[in-house]
Design a protein around this ligand. Structure first.
Ligand SMILES: *[C@@H]1O[C@H](CO)[C@@H](O)[C@H](O)[C@H]1NC(C)=O
Ligand SMILES: *[C@@H]1O[C@H](CO)[C@@H](O)[C@H](O)[C@H]1NC(C)=O
Ligand SMILES: *[C@@H]1O[C@H](CO)[C@@H](O)[C@H](O)[C@H]1NC(C)=O
Length: 356
């Protein structure tokens, strides 16, 4: 017994050291949130796994046989809905109605901050939670969460061809079949072979007056040489990415090394609004529409939050106004809506929102 106690002691010590290392980022209060090397390590392994699975589907080898057998059974392309949330999914009944009857054409993935008070995942979200980590404003944790969602969706189903990022404050503005036809065309089976030409729907802006301040948020010259100011872009956080661009996002190491750095100026720190537009604009500007499909109202915005619609404002007229866009596609989604908007939205769901 006595001889074993030093071993027990030292393994306990080792274990506690390991636990401190693992949980330290969560235990220590974060005044200036940033990204822990431990989280980064986990994510990297996940992204590599997703990239390998995608290349074995598209590439040579025995995996191809398995997939093509699967494909002959159920060859439909799918849209992956990536829900990023840190509060209850209030609009679940509306999303449920949006998706009902189309189970073979979509998948759902939910990233929910485990430190938030979200306890219940009602249909259609039940059992679609992915392993999630803490997310905070003004930190790269939102970029990481979005990449985690992309990676899980790619790993889970090789037929996911489009990836739509949605928040708990987003609602649909059109029917699912209308969205599906718009993204994948009238003959969805052809979407498998046309993948190299699929476009992503992501806002990419180069003339925003806040750009210089946002670029310098991590210190002067810190973004160089990977991200010169002329290449720095901004855009809405909410994107719909084609699979080829989702893979490109998972393969990125170069820009992430810069965007994961701590901001010195937290008032100008919105990493998720810059990372995706900058990366895609550098890698494949022609492959992106430069417009988001998610309407947001910045009129009278306060503290970086857009206008939030209230129940009394919900009407057929509002839905029609929100659909109008300057891109070749209408808006398919909109945000932000207060939880009280659910009943009036449900009232007009069949006759207005999903009537196309
Ligand atoms: C989420 O819903 C549960 C159950 O209805 C409730 O107890 C909890 O307070 C809600 N959380 C938030 C953040 O609203
Ligand atoms: C955008 O928000 C403003 C209030 O800040 C409101 O007056 C306007 O009607 C909203 N736009 C739309 C299209 O609803
Ligand atoms: C479309 O573009 C015009 C001109 O830039 C702008 O005034 C208008 O607000 C835009 N409309 C929408 C729905 O974005």
């Amino acid at each position: 017994m006595a001889s074993s106690s030093p071993i027990v002691y030292s393994s306990t010590l080792l274990l506690s050291l390991a636990l401190i290392f693992i949980f330290a980022p969560e235990i220590l209060p974060s005044q200036n949130p940033f990204f822990s090397p431990h989280d980064d390590h986990d994510d990297l392994a996940l992204f590599n796994k997703a990239l390998r699975s995608a290349s074995s589907v598209h590439g040579r080898g025995h995996r191809r046989l398995r997939i093509s057998r699967l494909a002959t059974k159920n060859p439909t392309p799918k849209i992956a809905f990536l829900f990023l949330t840190n509060s209850n999914l209030t609009f679940a009944p509306l999303w449920d109605r949006f998706l009902r009857g189309h189970a073979h054409l979509y998948n759902i993935y939910v990233h929910s901050d485990p430190f938030s008070a979200v306890q219940i995942f009602p249909p259609p979200f039940e059992s679609h939670l992915i392993p999630s980590k803490k997310t905070e404003r003004a930190s790269p944790s939102l970029i990481a969460a979005e990449r985690r969602l992309l990676a899980r969706a790619i790993l889970d189903d090789p037929f996911n061809l489009y990836f739509a990022l949605i928040s708990q404050h987003c609602v649909p503005l059109h029917s699912f079949p209308f969205l599906y036809r718009s993204l994948l065309g009238e003959n969805p089976l052809r979407a498998f072979t046309s993948q190299p030409r699929h476009r992503s729907f992501i806002e990419i802006l180069s003339d925003d007056p806040n750009l210089p301040e946002r670029y310098a948020a991590r210190g002067d010259g810190v973004m160089l040489p990977e991200v010169p100011f002329e290449e720095f872009r901004v855009g809405s956080q909410f994107f719909v990415l084609a699979k080829r661009h989702a893979l490109l996002v998972l393969a990125d190491r170069k820009l992430w090394r810069k965007f994961r750095l701590k901001c010195l100026n937290l008032d100008s720190c919105y990493p998720e609004e810059h990372y995706f537009p900058t990366l895609l604009s550098m890698a494949d500007p022609e492959g992106c529409s430069r417009f988001t499909l998610t309407n947001v109202n910045w009129t009278g915005s306060f503290d970086g939050h857009p206008y939030t619609y209230e129940a009394a404002e919900i009407s057929a007229g509002l839905v029609r106004r929100l659909r109008r866009s300057n891109s070749s596609y209408p808006y398919f989604f909109a945000r932000k809506f207060s939880p009280e908007c659910l009943p009036p939205l449900m009232d007009i769901a069949e006759d207005v929102i999903f009537r196309d």
